[in-house]
Design a protein around this ligand. Structure first.
Ligand SMILES: NC(=O)c1ccc[n+]([C@@H]2O[C@H](COP(=O)([O-])OP(=O)(O)OC[C@H]3O[C@@H](n4cnc5c(N)ncnc54)[C@H](O)[C@@H]3O)[C@@H](O)[C@H]2O)c1
Length: 478
């Protein structure tokens, strides 16, 4: 099929690359000329593992091109994806201005030569499917009012569930594909488009092998409104699940229980599930906060006050301050102290700093008069460029970060941090304090390195093996 993807951010670039890898002919369009120039040079505008390899393979399979002008691509396409940003407004409501501009320009580009499906992949408030249709019609009216009746199109909502850091695998081997549409013709085209993914009949790229147990991917077809709601409900649940783990960890600390053991114990219950139960410094990223706020806002518009969603946001905000409290417990006064942050990105394997806990932690420490240093394997350039207001000293390595520091704080659980020689770091520090905001170390390992350790929801009175409970790995433990 001939496909256009509007927006070459985290979602659009990965979607375009995957569809072209599957054999569709894809055009990716963005108004940001620098992103398009990079993509044309074979570079990725974002840090995402295996994306450059996939783009290269995509060019050889279905074919993929990058442009700043939408009109020709949209006219030649059977399916047009909207994957532009929908950032939050100060009120919590989603800012739909990018989506509106994209939908209008699709309308302005359309003619009557074929039936087209316009697919909304951006996360948009419930009811936006109808908004897209109205805006496309407005765009058509601006340019071809007399032809409006003969220009045929359908609108689908196809929410994206990829996780940054493993976005390529998530797109090629998703847990499910959700498509909401109001008519059979639109659904039929979407079924054909996703057939190779659903049946998993494509040859997997060597760099991202197919999980052995995966035979087929469920395609869930719904109404437009349900598809939009599925995305919000999924993110609200995941944010709440992490918030729950953090709440339990805070209680564990007080009663002397070990949160990683408790989470293992409850996660093995198939009704609960083990993933997303790691206590830490709170969730971040471009989606959870924005989407939970947007859902709260939508519910309020319908006269419903969701106490659970509001509490989820509140619990997370408090959790981000936990690290500061722990530093105060250990150092008493933070003014003049040197604190080293291990990690800046909101999660490992990405350079994304949107709503990253590290930013709030750094800001608070600076306000309190501490000197803040940071080391992140990938996100330091982005932090320098996007947050010049944060007077952070960027270190060249974890060892450089530790030099004369009063405390180290693990903020992002990069794998390379798990392998650090803690003894070597400890020897260079002024005060040997380690606040493990992601529970990637154990108290025993830190103590052996001469570090005063504190994690999230961990108790020092632990007995038995620190790594396993009857042979099962404790999540987060090493
Ligand atoms: N990032 C994620 O992990 C993720 C996961 C699932 C869903 N989503 C949702 O997907 C959407 C996109 O997210 P993202 O992280 O890829 O955003 P992003 O900010 O990385 O990328 C959006 C891109 O759209 C471009 N753009 C804006 N208006 C345009 C227009 N009129 N024409 C062409 N290009 C235009 C921007 O220049 C930018 O490159 C959001 O609604 C987000 O909530 C994101």
């Amino acid at each position: 099929m001939r496909v256009t993807v509007i927006g070459t951010g985290y979602v659009g670039t990965v979607t375009g690359a995957c569809l072209a890898y599957l054999g569709h002919r894809v055009s990716c369009v963005d108004t940001d000329e620098s992103k398009i120039a990079k993509l044309r040079r074979g570079e990725s505008p974002i840090y995402e593992p295996h994306l450059v390899e996939l783009l290269e393979l995509a060019a050889g399979n279905g074919g993929i091109d990058f442009r700043t002008e939408l009109a020709d691509a949209a006219r030649e396409s059977d399916v047009i994806f909207i994957a532009v940003g929908t950032p939050p407004r100060p009120s919590g409501e989603a800012d739909l201005s990018y989506l509106e501009a994209a939908a209008r320009s699709i309308g302005a580009a359309m003619d009557s030569s074929r039936f087209r499906v316009i697919v909304n992949k951006s996360t948009v408030p419930v009811g936006s499917g109808n908004l897209v249709e109205a805006l496309v019609r407005e765009g058509i009216d601006e340019v071809r009012r007399e032809e409006r009746r003969s220009i045929r199109f359908g609108v689908a909502s196809n929410p994206e569930f990829l996780r940054e850091g493993c976005a390529v695998a998530d797109s090629l081997y998703p847990d499910r594909i959700v498509v909401g549409a109001a008519d059979e013709q639109t659904l039929g085209i979407m079924r054909t488009l996703y057939q190779p993914l659903v049946s998993q009949t494509f040859a997997p790229p060597v760099c991202v092998p197919r999980p052995e147990s995966l035979r087929a991917v469920p395609l869930v077809t719904t109404t437009l409104t349900s598809a939009e709601m599925i995305k919000y409900a999924a993110n609200a649940f995941l944010a709440m699940k992490i918030g729950f783990a953090n709440e339990m960890a805070n209680i564990c600390e007080r009663v002397g229980a070990e949160a990683t053991e408790v989470m293992l114990g409850i996660g093995l219950d198939s009704r609960i599930g083990a993933r997303f139960l790691n206590p830490g410094v709170g969730w971040g990223g471009s989606c959870f906060g924005k989407d939970v706020q947007a859902l709260l806002h939508t519910a309020r518009e319908y006269g419903y006050e969701s106490k659970l969603l509001a509490a989820s946001l509140e619990v997370n905000a408090v959790q981000r301050q936990m690290v500061i409290q722990k530093l105060q417990e250990k150092l008493y006064i933070l003014k003049g102290r040197t604190i080293g942050l291990l990690g800046l990105a909101f999660k490992p394997e990405t350079d994304d700093l949107r709503d990253a806990p590290s930013l709030q932690i750094a800001e608070r420490l600076l306000q309190m008069g501490a000197r803040v240093r940071a080391y992140d394997p990938i996100a330091m350039d982005a932090c320098r460029a996007q947050h010049p207001e944060l007077k952070i000293r960027y270190a060249e390595s974890a060892l450089d970060l530790a030099q004369d520091a009063d405390a180290l704080v693990v903020v992002t659980e990069w794998n390379q941090f798990r392998e650090l020689d803690l003894g070597k770091l400890a020897k260079t520090m002024a005060t040997r304090i380690l606040v493990d905001g992601r529970n990637i170390f154990t108290a025993e390992r830190a103590a052996a390195a001469g570090l005063d350790y504190t994690g999230i929801g961990r108790c020092a009175r632990r007995v038995g093996s620190p790594e396993t409970v009857d042979g099962l790995a404790v999540p987060g433990g090493i």
